[in-house]
Structure formats: structure tokens, C-alpha cells
Write a protein that binds this ligand. Structure first.
Ligand SMILES: Cc1cc2nc3c(=O)[nH]c(=O)nc-3n(C[C@H](O)[C@H](O)[C@H](O)COP(=O)(O)OP(=O)(O)OC[C@H]3O[C@@H](n4cnc5c(N)ncnc54)[C@H](O)[C@@H]3O)c2cc1C
Length: 292
């Protein structure tokens, strides 16, 4: 079977913020060919791709049959060939980190605790510290919605930037990516992965559903990077809550769902954050989350 179709289902388990949003059609391809079939079969409708849904938020409490959600997480083969790592779009960053560690391949430890898929990560150029996924990409196989064909993209040095890639300017779905191989030491990679995970768990509000950093790191008028949490603390936003949507008390860069947050609650919290930061510091916050 190339894909499953779920009708009139909640999207709660298909995104990490866990809003109880209803969808008329959710399609789950079982492999890459199933994904291509689904993209062709539903062409003409609005297609929304969901990887792990760890960087997205919804703007409606229900979506009718004009919007088709395609969840890619079963499209998850990964193998070594031609001296490259070939990774399907629905593979998680965590699986990539462990796979590379097991093969003593350096460079991917930073992926261990980023809870998204490679497809989502390429759209967002996901990363942390000085590492981003874009720096390891050799080529990307995509489905082109306009031609309905599969093609290969070879990114140049301008293709990826901070939490952005030029894939967003193209009308494509990521199918597979080929990543570079750098030899490393198994124990060093393993230690790094565990260290990163520990550091992130200590800082981040993992006890509540969330979708990671809400805003891109802001800059002042001179272009200097600012810390969101410092701005939020100065505006008394830590713990600010509407319904069950709350600016995390542990890490104000995150908005958490304390149980039963509604779409409107989340958007009101976002607007209040933007408003207070603009009024107090004249800084415009830009959403990192994709609003569907
Ligand atoms: C606790 C937590 C910690 C996080 N830490 C980090 C971090 O350290 N660094 C970081 O960069 N991010 C972080 N994130 C955010 C998120 O995990 C990343 O941006 C991740 O790469 C998104 O992947 P995803 O599969 O969840 O994408 P989704 O949220 O499912 O999708 C994101 C966007 O990509 C599109 N998309 C998804 N798959 C495809 C595809 N195959 N082809 C084309 N478009 C596609 C979607 O339609 C959407 O527009 C964190 C999130 C959480 C919840």
C-alpha cells in the first residue's frame, strides 16, 4: 500500500505542540514512492507536509478537504553509499545522529536532540551553536509540484542561511538528501551527543508540549544579536499565560501547551510578546514557527 488515508482526525499527535485541531484528510505514505504517489494523487489541492510537526503551529481549529496533510515519518530509509549518507525526508534528526555515531561519522552529534525530520530540518536549516544541517548537504532530491516530476538540487553556498533555505522559495517537497561523511571517533561522538542532550534538557521545558523556539534570535538596529529570554524578562513575559498557552517559566524562548491550549490562545500569546518587545525595545520579533 503506497499510503494510508485518515479521515476527520485530530492533528494532535502529528505535531509536538499537540493542539486538538481537526483535519478532514491526513495522508501517511509508507515509503518514498508512496509519498510521490500521494503528491501526484492530491495535486490541485493545498498540500501541507508534516514531518514531526516540531516547528509548526496551526491558525485554524479545523481544516476541510481542500487542505491535505501529508505526514512523512514513515519515509525513513537511511543508508551509506557512494561515500555519502542517503537519508529519506521523514527520517528523524535523532536517528541520523545515532546512525552516524554507530558508523563513526563526525559532524552530526548536534542533531541528536532536535526533534524534527530531515525534510523539516532542510526547510528550516535546523541547527544549534555553529552547526546547521545545511553545511553537510551535497544534493537534495525533491518533487516539483509544478512539473510533477522528481529532480535533484545541488545547493550553492548561498542556499542555506540562518533558519532558512532556498527550498522555501521553490514549489517542492523534499524526498531525500545526500549528506557528507567525515570520519570521527565513536566514543567522542557519543560523549558529545549525551552532553548536548543533558545541556538542552536542563534548559528546556520538556515537561510540556511545545514546538521549540518560537521566535528567531532577534537583532537590535545595529544588527547585534539579542537574547529573547532577556528581552522577555525585561517585559515581564516569563509565565505570561492565556488559557493553557504559556510563555515558559523555565525558558521564555518557548511557549508551552499546559494541557488544552486553543489555537486562539497561542496566537494571542504570540501577539502580546511581539507588542511588549516592540513597545519596550523597538525590536520586531520574527516567528521561527511555520503558521499553517
Ligand atoms: C523541544 C524542541 C527543541 C528544538 N530544538 C531545535 C534546535 O535546537 N534547532 C533547530 O533548528 N530547531 C529546533 N527545534 C525546531 C524543530 O525541531 C526543527 O526546526 C525541525 O527541523 C523541524 O522538523 P519537522 O520535521 O518537525 O518539521 P515540521 O514542523 O513538520 O515542518 C516544518 C516546515 O517544513 C515543511 N516540511 C516538512 N517536511 C517537508 C518535506 N519533506 N518537504 C518540504 N517541506 C517540508 C513543513 O510543511 C513546514 O513548513 C526544536 C523543536 C522542539 C519541539
Amino acid at each position: 500500500m503506497p499510503y494510508f488515508v485518515l479521515k476527520d482526525t485530530s492533528l494532535k499527535r502529528f505535531h509536538t505542540f499537540q493542539l486538538d485541531v481537526m483535519a478532514s484528510i491526513v495522508v501517511i505514505p509508507t515509503d518514498k514512492n508512496g509519498l510521490i504517489s500521494a503528491l501526484r494523487d492530491y495535486s490541485g489541492r493545498r498540500i501541507v507536509l508534516i514531518g514531526k510537526g516540531s516547528n509548526m503551529i496551526f491558525s485554524q481549529s479545523s481544516y476541510d478537504e481542500h487542505t491535505v496533510f501529508i505526514v512523512t515519518t514513515m519515509v525513513d530509509l537511511m543508508e551509506l553509499s557512494d561515500n555519502l549518507i542517503h537519508v529519506d525526508a521523514g527520517t528523524t534528526m535523532n536517528a541520523l545522529a545515532w546512525f552516524t555515531c554507530e558508523h563513526s561519522i563526525d559532524g552530526y552529534a548536534f542533531c541528536e536532540d532536535i526533534p524534527g525530520t530531515l525534510g523539516g530540518a532542510l526547510m528550516m536549516n535546523a541547527g544549534q551553536w555553529r552547526y546547521t544541517i545545511g553545511q553537510y548537504v551535497k544534493w537534495i532530491e525533491v518533487f516539483d509540484y509544478d512539473t510533477q516530476e522528481v529532480k535533484i538540487i545541488y545547493p550553492d553556498e548561498k542556499f542555506f542561511s540562518y533558519r532558512y533555505s532556498q527550498l522555501n522559495d521553490m514549489n517542492v517537497c523534499v524526498l531525500e538528501v545526500a549528506l557528507s561523511i567525515q570520519p570521527g571517533e565513536y566514543m567522542e561522538i557519543l560523549d558529545l551527543m549525551l552532553q548536548y542532550r543533558r545541556e538542552r534538557y536542563v534548559k528546556q521545558p520538556r515537561q510540556y508540549a511545545n514546538a521549540g523556539s518560537v521566535f528567531k534570535r532577534p537583532k537590535d538596529k545595529e544588527g547585534n544579536a539579542l537574547f529573547t529570554w532577556k528581552l522577555f524578562d525585561a517585559c515581564d513575559l516569563r509565565g505570561f499565560q492565556i488559557g493553557d498557552a504559556q510563555v515558559s517559566e523555565k525558558h521564555p524562548g518557548f511557549i508551552v501547551n499546559k494541557g488544552n491550549a486553543k489555537v486562539a490562545d497561542v496566537h494571542m500569546v504570540i501577539e502580546e510578546c511581539k507588542k511588549r518587545v516592540k513597545e519596550t525595545f523597538d525590536v520586531d520579533l520574527e516567528l521561527e514557527w511555520r503558521v499553517i
